[in-house]
Design a protein around this ligand. Structure first.
Ligand SMILES: [Zn+2]
Length: 225
């Protein structure tokens, strides 16, 4: 059976270089994204989505929209759980004490304060790692941006512009290090060839651990809040 109307939570994106259609779920936005190659008909898309209806149902149940972060909850930071504590204050300041993250702010700004903390930590740590790894292969960095992306952990343009999801700072250091190595290695090899992976491994501190953790736990980072 083919669906007659496309479900409202399905977005279709054209990907000229794609060879086949793919379907993925973005839990934070609660939408499915179909990527289609050139010359794909509406009928093809409808059939493709129909074939995955059960999987889509399952995804919606498995990954409901994450709630807002509140005091008392735990936050993953460099692979360890921190308990979130709130202190009422006019300004915004965060500090780690033992296994707690103490967030001083006005309560309605709590989640934003935590996000800002994660972004700042990512900027400091990952910028240092980028420069260390880039200089090891004599490459120049133009800019490094930190954003809250949903589909990719990092990206790299040929001219030395790198971009990362600050959410990666929640992962263990081996994973943070691997993601940086991955994007820096793209400055040398703009593909995923064997030579690229060799370099990526060489630039990483513990490539296996870092990569495996991310493959298993990516949702943890996307769905933390
Ligand atoms: Zn890559």
């Amino acid at each position: 059976m083919t669906i007659r109307t496309m479900p409202a939570d399905v977005e279709v994106k054209l990907h000229p270089r794609a060879r086949r259609m793919t379907l993925r779920f973005q839990p934070r936005k609660q939408v499915f994204v179909v990527t289609k190659p050139k010359r794909t008909s509406q009928k093809d898309i409808a059939e493709f989505v129909s074939a995955h209806i059960d999987w889509m149902k399952e995804q919606r149940t498995l990954y409901p929209k994450p709630g807002e972060l509140r005091p008392g909850e735990t936050l993953l930071f460099l692979g360890k759980n921190l308990i979130l504590m709130h202190v009422e204050a006019a300004g915004v300041a965060c500090k780690i004490e033992d296994d707690r993250l103490i967030v001083a702010c006005r309560l309605p700004r709590f989640e934003r304060a935590v996000q800002r903390f994660l972004k700042q930590q990512a900027e400091v740590m990952m910028t240092a790692l980028v420069h260390e790894k880039a200089s090891a292969i004599n490459k120049k960095i133009k800019t490094i941006r930190f954003r809250d992306t949903t589909s990719r952990w990092g990206s790299c343009a040929r001219d030395g512009r790198l971009s990362f999801s600050w959410r990666i700072i929640m992962a263990p250091i081996e994973t943070v290090d691997y993601i940086v190595a991955h994007e820096v290695a793209h400055l040398q090899h703009f593909n995923h060839s064997d030579r690229f992976w060799d370099l990526c491994e060489r630039l990483s501190k513990d490539y296996e651990t870092g990569k495996k953790w991310l493959q298993k736990n990516a949702e943890l980072l996307q769905l933390a809040f």
